[in-house]
Write a protein that binds this ligand. Structure first.
Ligand SMILES: [Zn+2]
Length: 393
């Protein structure tokens, strides 16, 4: 837990993306994040206060706060709706938070969030949540206008994963590199209509190194970075997932994180909420990853797994233009919600496009190789690893 980061002020009830997430929990339909912008305005009235935590309960060296304190702060009540055995359901008219049933299980607005530290209990049996998970997951989502050093977003850098000799995973006669590029192109046109400037790290079937992707992002101000991929695992796994770097204090995921941890949390949640709604499926949700590509960036950056090419039904969806359009629409909703939530004064205006990276003059000879038909595990070029909870049984 970073001592330098102020605790949430006690005087303001938290309201963020969650005003819109309850519908996802209830029905996976008609889920729109955009109206949240009006909710945010109410949270900007109170000035941020200095550290106001109650004394921490230290569990194995980790500072924890009581869930009661969290409830008081965000004005949450228990028993607002039925909860499954072993799960504590908390909420109000805007927020739905479930803790449990496992020690690492937390769902906000129906979206699973990977905890850095397991839930714990104090000697009197009261439930505890780590300060890190409160500050680096819940608060940036519930109160995005309190994120420090946030700036308005004007540009979206879309990184279509793989390309050229690096096909990624293969499925349904297509490949990861093809699907990510098609979604990137669909997304670009939609974002430009919405008033964003857009940069593609590749706009064709050619190989792009991680360093080239990072170099492209470094030159762009007021931007966010989305790396698009298709997942692959056992045939039962399915659903979109969004990965962010773990914060540096996360002992289970020892990675450097970056200065944008809080905005990464808000961005990943906005995207996962929108994608889950479009896919009508909540999978593993928001997870941590150790991609070197993400850790090399100095702007909000997330890794988006659009779905599982290894799932027979989801693979068929991913190769359909209609479904890719739904995903692109969802990403626009998520990006717009993030931009407005973190900066309520954002006004999208049409701006001139910026120059796009050009493909190499002489594509590598093996670019012409057709991808294998069999579903294969993605070999992400970053060479880095990711750590996430195993999926449901
Ligand atoms: Zn990939």
């Amino acid at each position: 837990m970073t001592a330098s980061r102020p605790a949430p002020p006690r005087s303001t009830a938290g309201r963020g993306f969650l005003a819109c997430s309850v519908s996802l929990l209830l029905g996976l339909s008609s889920f729109f994040l955009v109206p949240c912008g009006s909710v945010q305005a109410a949270t900007t009235q109170s000035a941020q206060q200095p550290d106001s935590w109650s004394p921490a309960t230290v569990v194995q060296g980790i500072p924890y706060q009581s869930v009661n304190e969290l409830c008081n702060f965000y004005k949450l009540d228990s028993g607002v709706r039925p909860s499954q055995k072993g799960t504590l359901a908390l909420g109000n008219t805007d927020i739905s938070l479930e803790l449990g049933p496992g020690p690492l299980s937390m769902r906000l607005g129906g979206i699973p969030l990977s905890l850095s530290h397991p839930l714990a209990r104090d000697p009197r049996g009261s439930l505890l949540i780590s300060r890190l998970d409160w500050v680096m997951w819940l608060d940036p989502i519930l109160r995005p206008t309190y994120i420090e050093h946030r700036e308005p977003i004007s540009t979206v850098i879309i990184d279509a994963g793989h390309g050229g000799r690096d096909s990624g995973s293969s499925f349904e006669g297509s490949s990861e590199k093809e699907v990510t590029l098609l979604v990137a192109q669909e997304l670009r046109s939609r974002l430009e209509k919405a008033g964003f400037r857009v940069v593609l790290t590749r706009n064709g079937d050619f190989f792009v190194s991680d360093q080239q992707r990072v170099d492209t992002a470094r030159e762009v101000p007021q931007a966010i970075f989305l790396s698009l991929h298709v997942n692959s695992a056992d045939p039962a796994a399915r659903g979109p997932e969004v990965y962010r770097l773990a914060p540096p204090e996360d002992a289970a995921h020892p990675a450097p994180g970056n200065a944008e941890d809080a905005r990464n949390a808000a961005l990943s949640y906005a995207l996962e909420s929108a994608l889950s709604s479009a896919a009508e499926r909540v999978g593993a949700g928001c997870c941590y990853a150790h991609y070197s590509l993400l850790s090399s960036l100095r702007i909000p950056a997330v890794w988006v797994e659009l779905g599982y090419g290894s799932h027979p039904l989801e693979a068929k969806l991913l190769v359909s233009q209609e479904y890719r359009g739904k995903l692109a629409d969802a990403l626009v909703r998520g990006i717009t919600a993030f931009a407005r939530a973190t900066h309520p004064q954002t006004h999208f205006t049409v701006t001139p496009p910026i120059s796009q990276p050009k493909p190499p003059q002489k594509p590598a000879a093996n670019n012409k190789n057709s991808p294998a038909k069999k579903a294969t595990r993605s070999s992400d070029s970053s060479g880095s690893s990711r750590s996430r909870r195993r999926r449901r049984n």
